[in-house]
Design a protein around this ligand. Structure first.
Ligand code: PEP
Ligand code: MN
Length: 339
C-alpha cells in the first residue's frame, strides 16, 4: 500500500499517517518527491484496507501495490533513482564506466590498471580484496592489505573505490576504505549481509544471483532499501544456462525488464557475463545499446598471470579502446532518444 499525500499536506499529516502505520504493526517509509510526499507501508502480510487511510487529513489516495517488492518498484517512485558515488551519478543522464581488476594482487598490478582507468575518464575503480571463490584452495584475496592498496589508488589517482564485502566483518573494513560496497552473485541472498549493508552509509552495487529471477533480484534490493539505505545499483553479471560456449549467459533482457518495473539503476558486467575476454567488447557495446546505466569491466596487465578470472580480463590498451566505443554507442543511443 502506498499512501500519496496531497501537495499541500502538512508535516503533521504525514506524521499521523506514519503513526497509524506503526500502530497497525507495520513500517512506514517516507518518500519525499518534488511536489508531494508519499508513505509506503512494508511489513504487512495481508493487504491493508485503504479506508484506514483515505479519510485522514492531507491524504490524496491510498494505492494498493500487488508486487512483493515495494520500495524498489516504480509505482512508488516514478522518477528513476540516480545513485551518487562521490561526484559520479549512476543512473542519471550519463553512462558510468567502472573499470578495474578482479582481485587486488599487488600494488604494481593495481596501479597499472588504475592508470588506464584514470586515462579513460572513468571515475570509479573496482577491485576485490575479499574474493568469494568457488574453490577453497583458490586465491581468496589479500583482505585488509588489498583494501590499503585500493585506498592508495583512491589517493593517487583520485578515483572512487568499489569493492566487495563477503560477510558482516568485511563490511566494516570495506566501510573504512571504500566508496561503494559490492555484493557478489553468491551473496545476493545472504540476507544477514544485505541487512547489514542496508544500514551502511555507502552505496551498494548488488550483483544478480546466478540463478535469480527478476523478482528475487528486486527482493534482495528490497532487503537493503528497507533497512534505510536507498543507494542501490543493480548489476546483471550473467546467469547459469545450458549454454557452454560462455562462462555465463549475459541476460541483457533484464535491463528493459528492470526499467519497466523499478526506479533503480542497473549496470552490466560483460566480464563475468561471458568469462571470455574476446566476447567482453561485443557484450559491453550491447549492454550500452540496451540501455544500461553503466558497464563494469575487468582488466589485467598480464591476464595469463592473473590469480583470478584471467580468461575474461582485457588488457589496459583494449580497455581504453573499448571505452571510446562505448561512449560512441551511448551518444547514438542518446541522440535517438531510446536510452
Ligand atoms: C567479481 O566481481 O569479481 C565477482 C566475483 O563477481 P560475481 O559475484 O558476479 O561472480
Ligand atoms: Mn572477477
Amino acid at each position: 500500500m502506498l499512501i500519496v499525500m496531497k501537495a499541500d499536506a502538512l508535516d503533521s499529516d504525514v506524521e499521523r499517517v506514519a503513526e497509524k502505520i506503526n500502530n497497525l504493526g507495520f513500517q512506514p517509509h517516507k518518500i519525499v518527491g518534488v511536489n508531494r510526499t508519499a508513505v509506503c507501508i512494508t511489513g504487512n502480510q495481508e493487504a491493508v484496507d485503504p479506508a484506514d487511510f483515505s479519510n485522514l487529513p492531507g491524504v490524496s489516495e491510498a494505492i494498493s501495490i500487488t508486487k512483493p517488492y515495494k520500495l524498489s518498484s516504480n509505482k512508488n517512485q516514478p522518477q528513476r533513482t540516480a545513485v551518487k558515488v562521490g561526484e559520479t551519478e549512476i543512473g542519471g543522464d550519463n553512462l558510468t564506466i567502472i573499470g578495474g581488476v578482479c582481485a587486488v594482487e599487488s600494488r604494481e598490478q593495481v596501479f597499472a590498471v588504475a592508470e588506464s582507468v584514470k586515462r579513460s575518464g572513468a571515475k570509479l575503480f573496482r577491485g576485490g580484496a575479499f574474493k568469494p571463490r568457488t574453490s577453497p584452495y583458490a586465491f581468496q584475496g589479500l583482505g585488509e592489505e588489498g583494501l590499503q592498496i585500493l585506498s592508495e589508488v583512491r589517493r593517487e589517482f583520485d578515483l572512487k573505490i568499489v569493492t566487495e564485502a563477503i560477510d558482516e566483518k568485511s563490511v566494516e573494513m570495506v566501510e573504512n576504505y571504500a566508496d561503494m560496497i559490492q555484493i557478489g552473485t553468491r551473496n545476493m541472498q545472504n540476507f544477514a549481509l544485505l541487512k547489514r549493508v542496508g544500514k551502511s552509509n555507502l552505496p551498494v552495487l548488488l550483483k544478480r544471483g546466478m540463478s535469480a529471477t527478476l523478482e528475487e533480484f528486486l527482493l534482495s534490493a528490497e532487503y537493503i532499501l528497507s533497512e534505510g539505505n536507498e543507494q542501490v545499483v543493480l548489476c546483471e553479471r550473467g546467469i547459469r544456462t545450458f549454454a557452454n560456449h560462455a562462462r555465463n549467459t549475459l541476460d541483457l533482457s533484464i535491463i528493459p525488464a528492470v526499467k519497466k518495473v523499478s526506479h533503480l539503476p542497473i549496470i552490466v558486467d560483460p566480464s563475468h557475463g561471458t568469462g571470455k575476454s574476446y566476447m567482453v567488447g561485443a557484450l559491453a557495446r550491447a549492454g550500452v545499446a540496451v540501455g544500461a546505466d553503466g558497464i563494469l569491466i575487468e582488466i589485467h596487465p598480464s591476464p595469463e598471470d592473473a590469480l583470478s578470472d584471467g580468461a575474461q580480463a582485457i588488457l589496459p590498451e583494449e580497455y581504453l579502446e573499448l571505452v571510446g566505443q562505448l561512449k560512441a554507442v551511448y551518444e547514438v543511443i542518446s541522440a535517438v532518444g531510446v536510452s
